[in-house]
Design a protein around this ligand. Structure first.
Ligand SMILES: *Cc1c(COP(=O)(O)O)cnc(C)c1O
Length: 488
């Protein structure tokens, strides 16, 4: 298996090279040139393993140039009990026919840990195997959760330096505190006066600036990304869709071969797209429900075939999904319409902010995806209803999906798995508001966490509780135009 660009013209790239580069030279995203099959034999072998074992088996299919023993060692180190207490991706019950895949037990309490605990190890191996003598300079644009998860994943990794840009008013106070107190000798954090798309476009511009890249090369750096456009981020996410299916089989909820639906709170389309790859491998999925908050550009796309980012950007209680350009959708386009038309649509998106796929193309996508959007009020009432009916506390992002999942289960009677992407403690003020509790806020930034814990009798996750004793290392903000000059 080799990697190719979603926009054509690039082929024969090894998985290590694709992970090292992050994005193809023509601006396209790397995708595998064929999709490995999840045979019955392979599935039952995987089902018998723990999460790290499952991850190593599945990743080895997509990373054929990696040594399998090293992959297993890296997966064991990434998903160890001390990083993911209680297991990496447990499945719990949320209601009749409704389950929850819990992806927030990692070091930063959000699902991005699932990829970012393993990705730095994959990059480190790639640097070695490609004979790289420059330092990999990782640039990240974040709407909150990626930044912290990347910083945690890459801190003090040899041969790597990392810089994270975040929108100054686009992340929660807790996320800000998590990032500004980040430890590690090779890390840097910078706030941007703008929104997430400004930060992401700034990073994309830097990657495309040949002169700047040459200058940095002369100073000993090669630029690479840790955003969800990097295949090294995407591949590890395929694992938990298959893992959850195996767990539901083991719990006797379904039989091998039964089709189930997954409902995913979506922003950049990375998480849900990984599920689509699992489906293309042969995982029995009836539908992927793409759940959006009020930034519903994907809901409209899946319902009408028109992708139009020319709309008002809204700040919501689920900020990690406040995104108007869902970069990974390009990969779905590639698998639906091929490289030539994908390149054309992306050119239209870049010049007009809009493109429209054909009727047949929309039907093809609609066979496996549907979109739904959850309003702010619905998000909050879903948190309250879920807590009152089941005692399960969910965060705002999870609630966006849980609402769509409940409607889907009621409408179709199918088993549906809601992908839960963050600990409720990470978004405690909104969760408290949803539960009808007025935040007192009299104990600093962490006050809402203490209040949520007291109100519900649940425990603050250790990585968040320990923030109270950390020192702020990064402060101040710059304009997007200053991002490039902030690098050196
Ligand atoms: C990043 C994130 C999402 C969105 O995931 P995408 O892969 O960008 O679609 C949803 N919820 C949380 C908590 C996140 O951090």
């Amino acid at each position: 298996m080799k990697y190719i660009s979603t926009r054509g013209g690039v082929q024969g790239v090894s998985s290590a090279a694709a992970i090292k580069k992050g994005i193809a030279d023509n601006g396209g995203l790397f995708v595998p040139d064929r999709i490995p099959l999840l045979t019955e034999e392979l599935f039952s072998r995987i089902a018998g393993l723990d999460y790290a074992g499952r991850a190593a088996e599945i990743l080895s299919l997509f990373l054929p140039d990696y040594d399998k023993d090293e992959l297993l060692a890296d997966c064991r180190a990434a998903y160890k009990e001390s990083s993911f207490s209680g297991g990496a991706a447990p499945v719990s019950k949320l209601g009749e026919g409704r389950y929850m895949l819990e992806l927030f037990h990692g070091p930063t309490c959000a699902f991005k840990d699932m990829a970012l605990q393993i990705m730095p190890r994959l990059l480190s191996r790639a640097l070695t195997s490609t004979g790289e003598d420059h330092t990999a300079y990782i640039l990240v644009a974040t709407s909150g959760d990626t930044g912290k998860a990347a910083l945690e994943g890459y801190r003090d990794i040899d041969g790597v330096r990392i810089k994270v840009f975040y929108p100054v008013d686009g992340v929660s106070d807790i996320q800000k505190l998590q990032m500004s107190t980040q430890e590690g000798g090779n890390v840097s954090v910078q706030a941007i006066n703008g929104n997430f798309d400004d930060a992401q476009n700034g990073v994309k511009k830097i990657f495309g600036d040949a002169a700047l890249n040459r200058e940095l090369y002369g100073k000993g750096y090669i630029l690479t990304s840790a955003n969800s456009i990097n295949w090294g981020r995407l591949a590890p996410q395929i694992v938990y869709y298959i893992s959850a299916y195996a767990d539901l089989c083991a719990q006797g909820v379904i039989k091998a071969g039964d089709r189930i639906a997954y409902c995913v709170p979506t922003g950049n389309f990375g998480n849900i797209f990984a599920g689509y790859i699992a489906y293309r491998m042969g995982l029995p999925v009836s539908k992927f429900i793409c759940a959006s908050n009020e930034n519903n550009v994907l809901t409209d796309f899946l319902q009408t075939g028109v992708y139009d980012r020319n709309r008002v950007f809204r700040q919501t209680v689920s900020p990690s999904m406040d995104i108007l350009i869902s970069s990974n959708l390009e990969r779905l386009l590639y698998f639906t319409v091929g490289a030539g038309k994908t390149a054309a649509y992306m050119r239209q998106l870049a010049s007009t902010g809009r493109y429209e796929i054909s009727r047949e193309e929309l039907l093809k996508i609609g066979a496996i995806f549907e979109g739904g959007c959850t309003s702010e009020a619905q998000t909050l009432s879903e948190i309250k209803d879920t807590y009152e009916q089941t005692g399960v506390l969910i965060d705002t992002h999870t609630a966006v999906a849980a609402r769509q999942a409940r409607e889907y289960a009621e409408r179709t009677g199918q088993t549906v798995v809601t992908v839960s992407t963050a600990s409720p403690y990470k978004f405690a003020p909104a969760v408290l508001e949803a539960l009808g509790h007025k935040v007192r806020g009299d104990r600093g930034v962490l006050s809402p966490l203490y209040e949520l814990s007291e109100l519900t009798g649940t425990k603050i996750p250790a990585p968040l509780a320990s923030l109270s004793t950390k020192k702020v290392r990064f402060s101040g903000s710059i304009d997007p135009s200053e991002m490039a000059s902030s690098l050196v």
